[in-house]
Design a protein around this ligand. Structure first.
Ligand SMILES: [Zn+2]
Length: 563
């Protein structure tokens, strides 16, 4: 067939006027903001409509208008409830989208609490920004969306089961399959009928490990014409599982011995429940230690925690056999004596007044928003405490800065010294590692013609692309944000409009500057701190003189640039 493609190019060009097109609007050479826009001859839809997470650059990207009229969109398919996949649904609803958001039952239920919570966070952070704007004499701006907007958009959601082929219209059918990443997460198969033939796209969404406890493993698919696959851990291997629980027990144990708190930034339920489940299963192995850990209060500090736990109980069909048999035998590994939920802000604040050790699990997982920021503020400066990361930390997030070894961080405008122990256990990630991703592709009976690599940082994507080509000889594409590809059953070609390409380049330049300025601000803050700490004059005068000279010249250049 491949040979004929070249000969038939002229014919194809004629046909391709009505071939579908996919535009990569997010999670392109980055991990957040998942959003893919697909246009067939008669329908337009999105797969995911996620929020960009990070700093000013990402905030700016969330504010950008969609590059199409949201009112023209027929529907949105949602892979899972995480905010970086679902978080802009209330925004697109405000912008005029009136179609259905189609997802699994558990995803719809989780969105029912996570999106309104995200609205709360938007309002809260917006209030903070507006206070600053008012002081600077600027008019206030509205939040990206409010709690109420998010509640309102929930009426668009439609629940569908796993494993059933759903005919959406005369051209498009879909099926949700287990992705093993979080409760309700799905790999979506999409069949598009065009020009008398069917083309099958597969979006992995976030793909889990096959050994994630509680959830069923990712479904092995029969085939795909084109695969759009995540690559968060495309260049890494997770530590083995037994090791991981040992590490977890050791970190907690030594922190408790020192009288400190363990702070775990995590989406309040999913990951936490998995860890507890693992511990419970292996309690004999840690004789004594397990009981000790379990005798310490474990606080799930999240207004969502209780409702999210109910959603877990409501969706037993998403559990693997082992977890289901525990529950059926009356031993719910997700509940234990020391577990406490804190719902109100007052209860949450009271946690910071406690003097004895505790384990506090609080969202958001990447420390960008929510109650976790208060716990970091109160615990980061204490050397006896530990901040334990159990999930991926995207570039540009507070979590990533801590992992990268920041000595000081700013939280709510206050500078906090980092004295606490910072740890990360990677194996808890809800994402498959390189081996997991490759073996999932490998188990497909009919392999994809081409693979689009998304949802990863650039290094990881490039390594993963090489691994795919070495192992399967399949060509890969790593799209940039805003790039479009025309897809037919036989071939793919890039077709980003010239005007759109120019706009992307111009936009990138501006966003890049935001990043540079933010880094510069941090460097300067750090430099001030060094000087303040040296008021006792321990540094040589000659060094201070040369620093002064260099700073004067930098100051002059910066002022010149701004002018
Ligand atoms: Zn996810």
């Amino acid at each position: 067939m491949g040979v004929n493609v070249e000969l038939n190019d002229k014919v194809n060009i004629f046909c391709e006027a009505i071939n579908m097109k996919i535009t990569f609007l997010g999670a392109a050479r980055t991990v957040t903001g998942s959003c893919y826009f697909i246009e067939t001859d008669r329908y337009k839809f999105l797969v995911d409509c996620g929020m960009f997470q990070g700093r000013s650059k990402e905030d700016a990207q969330n504010e950008e208008p969609f590059p199409f009229n949201p009112g023209d969109l027929d529907f949105i398919l949602l892979t899972h409830a995480h905010i970086d996949h679902s978080g802009r649904i209330p925004k697109i609803f405000l912008d005029g989208f009136k179609g259905e958001v189609i997802a699994t039952k558990a995803t719809v239920e989780l969105c029912g609490i996570m999106l309104p919570d995200s609205g709360h966070i938007q309002e809260f952070e917006n209030e903070w920004k507006n206070r600053k704007r008012l002081r600077a004499g600027k008019p206030p701006i509205p939040p990206l969306y409010t709690h109420q907007d998010a509640v309102d958009c929930l009426k668009l959601f439609r629940k569908e089961p796993y494993g059933k082929i759903i005919v959406l219209n005369d051209e498009i059918s879909i099926r949700f399959n287990d992705a093993g990443h979080m409760l309700g997460s799905a790999i979506i198969e999409i069949w598009v009928k065009e020009n008398g033939e069917k083309t099958k796209l597969v979006f992995t969404g976030d793909l889990g490990n096959s050994d994630i406890p509680i959830l069923r493993d990712p479904t092995i698919l029969e085939s795909a014409d084109y695969l759009i696959i995540e690559s968060t851990y495309g260049n890494r291997l997770h530590i083995d599982k037994s090791n991981k629980t040992d590490l977890f027990v050791n970190i907690i144990n030594s922190t408790l011995d020192k009288g400190g708190n363990v702070i775990i930034p995590s989406f309040a339920v999913g990951r936490t429940q998995e860890i507890i489940y693992e511990l419970n299963k292996k309690r004999e192995r840690y004789n004594g230690t397990y009981e000790k850990i379990m005798s310490v209060p474990v606080f799930i500090d999240s207004p969502l925690a209780i409702s999210a736990t109910e959603i877990f109980r409501n969706n037993l069909d998403c559990y693997d056999e082992e977890a289901r048999s525990y529950v059926e035998n009356g031993d719910n590994p997700l509940d234990f004596a020391g577990l406490q939920f804190t719902r109100t802000p007052e209860e949450s604040k009271a946690l910071n007044e406690r003097t004895d050790s505790s384990i506090i699990i609080s969202a958001s997982g990447m420390c960008e928003a929510g109650r976790i920021k208060h716990h970091l503020k109160h615990n980061l400066w204490r050397p006896e405490c530990t901040i334990l990361f159990v999930g991926y930390q995207a570039e540009g997030t507070l979590g990533r800065r801590l992992l990268d070894g920041a000595k000081k961080v700013k939280i709510f405008g206050e500078e906090i010294t980092v004295n606490a122990r910072i740890e990360m256990i990677e194996g808890y990630s809800g994402h498959a590692d390189r081996e997991g991703l490759l073996s999932w592709i490998g188990s497909m009976r009919r392999k994809p013609r081409k693979i689009f690599i998304v949802h990863g940082e650039e290094d990881s994507m490039l390594d993963f692309a090489n691994a795919i080509s070495d192992e399967f000889g399949i060509e890969t594409i790593i799209p940039f944000r805003g790039e479009s590809y025309v897809i037919s059953r036989e071939r793919v070609y890039e077709s980003t409009a010239k005007a759109e390409l120019d706009a992307i380049t111009r936009r990138f330049k501006r966003l890049e500057i935001l990043d540079m300025l933010e880094k510069l601000k941090e460097e300067l803050d750090e430099a001030s701190e060094i000087v303040i700490n040296d008021l006792k004059q321990e540094t040589e005068d000659s060094f201070v003189d040369s620093l002064m000279e260099r700073l004067k010249s930098v100051e002059k250049s910066i002022v010149d640039v701004i002018r």
